[in-house]
Design a protein around this ligand. Structure first.
Ligand code: ADP
Ligand code: MG
Length: 396
């Protein structure tokens, strides 16, 4: 994908407005996970080295109006520590006070603006608000995939008024997504799990047209098995999704995409950690039991599919992984992928809120070629949708 990056702009002594995602988890005023901050450090350091005046902007939480408890001032200590540099703060994101703070910046200085969502114009993509933001700077750098699916003033509207390019973190994320789905090495295997088919219909429909094999696990596999006529006992199923499941199976067949469903499952009688359990073939499910994980035969089958693959995409745990030991299938498959990735036999791309926790649980997260923490934006990309911010960053 040919996108505009920091290589396409001159930033020395210019004011550069950088859109980050500083929406980090905060407990009692302390940042508990700084991943989102850490990934943009390179971009900020590079701008500093090039002598830019850096103005950082982000949303934080979901305020309807100004709300002190959601002030970005709380993030300043963590930012300063990550950057090993002082960070100034101004109590708004537009207006005279902000302009004055920007005017005072020297080359290499860093200023953080207050929460963009204190103004409704941010989420409404209001043109006047976007213009006010743009008036602060010469150029805008987008550096968070996690907000690239939202056409807000700071991620989209601002492009009307000043040039917009991708920062290094976003550039890296886009190229990983490209390697995973846009231009992957075949065979490509997608693994999709999670609780519900209904939340992933578009994703499944898009994937079957692009990948060579689709492994379906987690509770969503139950609905597919039910559609094939298997009895699912008390397992989580979506009765009304059966026509959709059949439609996806047909699409896959037309597109020459193999569908791999579980052949055995770990069954329990209570939905809780360490519940007594036993493995059954999917054709021999007990009436009163529920499938909480894939069984060993299924794990072995998935392993053999992965062994054929050059690229693996993953979204959604293969079982109720929060309840140990029903994380076993997810952990085993994660470790197989991690190992083959380490051996350079595979490109692996994963993403999704629970998928990231499951891969952390499996200690496989940092072994994947790329693990996206972008949440909704990652899922929309798997659905084949074009992300508003990225569409503006394309070179024509
Ligand atoms: P992601 O957040 O990565 O996109 P999802 O939210 O779609 O993933 O799915 C994760 C949820 O699916 C987890 O809460 C997990 O417990 C649930 N799940 C997976 N398999 C099962 C199962 N067999 N029975 C019940 N819940 C399941
Ligand atoms: Mg989830």
């Amino acid at each position: 994908m040919n996108i505009k990056t920091l290589d396409d702009i001159e930033v020395s002594s210019k004011v550069v407005l950088v859109r980050l995602d500083l929406n980090v988890p905060l407990v009692e005023g302390k940042v508990t996970d700084s991943t989102r901050i850490d990934r943009s450090i390179h971009t900020i350091k590079e701008l500093q080295q090039k002598g830019a005046k850096i103005v950082l902007m982000s949303h934080f939480g979901r305020p309807k109006q100004a709300d002190k408890s959601l002030s970005l001032a709380q993030i300043v200590p963590c930012l300063q520590e990550a950057l090993d540099h002082s960070v100034k703060f101004v109590e708004d994101c537009i207006g005279e006070q902000v302009k004055a703070a920007v005017d005072e910046l020297k080359d290499g200085d860093i200023l953080l603006l207050e929460n963009l969502r204190f103004h409704s114009g941010e989420q409404n993509n209001d043109a006047d608000f976007a213009q006010e933001l743009a008036s602060l700077a010469d150029v805008c750098v987008q550096d968070a995939l996690s907000v690239a699916h939202r056409a807000h003033a700071s991620t989209y509207g601002i492009n009307q008024f000043i040039p917009m390019v991708a920062g290094r973190a976003l550039e890296k994320e886009i190229s990983a997504l490209e390697i995973g789905l846009e231009n992957p090495e075949h065979p490509v295997v997608a693994i999709v799990g999670g609780a519900k088919v209904s939340t992933k219909i578009d994703l499944l429909k898009n994937l079957v047209t692009k990948v060579d094999a689709l492994v379906i696990g987690g509770a969503m596999a139950n609905s597919f098995l039910l559609a094939q006529g298997f009895n699912m006992g008390k397992s989580l199923v979506e009765e009304d999704i059966l026509p959709t499941a059949n439609e996806i199976m047909e699409l896959a067949q037309k597109a020459n995409c193999a569908i791999i469903l579980p052949i055995d499952a770990v069954v329990a009688w209570h939905f809780e950690a360490n519940a007594p359990h036993q493995t059954y073939g999917v054709d021999a499910m007990p009436e009163d039991g529920m499938m909480l994980d894939i069984g060993d035969l299924t794990i072995a089958k998935i392993e053999s599919v992965i062994e054929q693959a050059k690229t693996v995409l993953w979204n959604g745990p293969l079982g109720a992984f929060e309840l140990h030991p029903f994380n076993r299938g997810t952990v085993s498959v994660a470790q197989i992928i991690a190992q083959r990735t380490e051996q350079n036999k595979l490109i692996s791309v994963g993403g999704g809120g629970d998928t990231v926790s499951a891969l952390n649980d499996a200690k496989a997260a940092d072994k994947f070629t790329y693990l996206s923490t972008a949440g909704g934006a990652f899922l929309e990309w798997l659905e084949g949708k074009s992300l508003p911010t990225i569409s503006l960053l394309m070179k024509n």
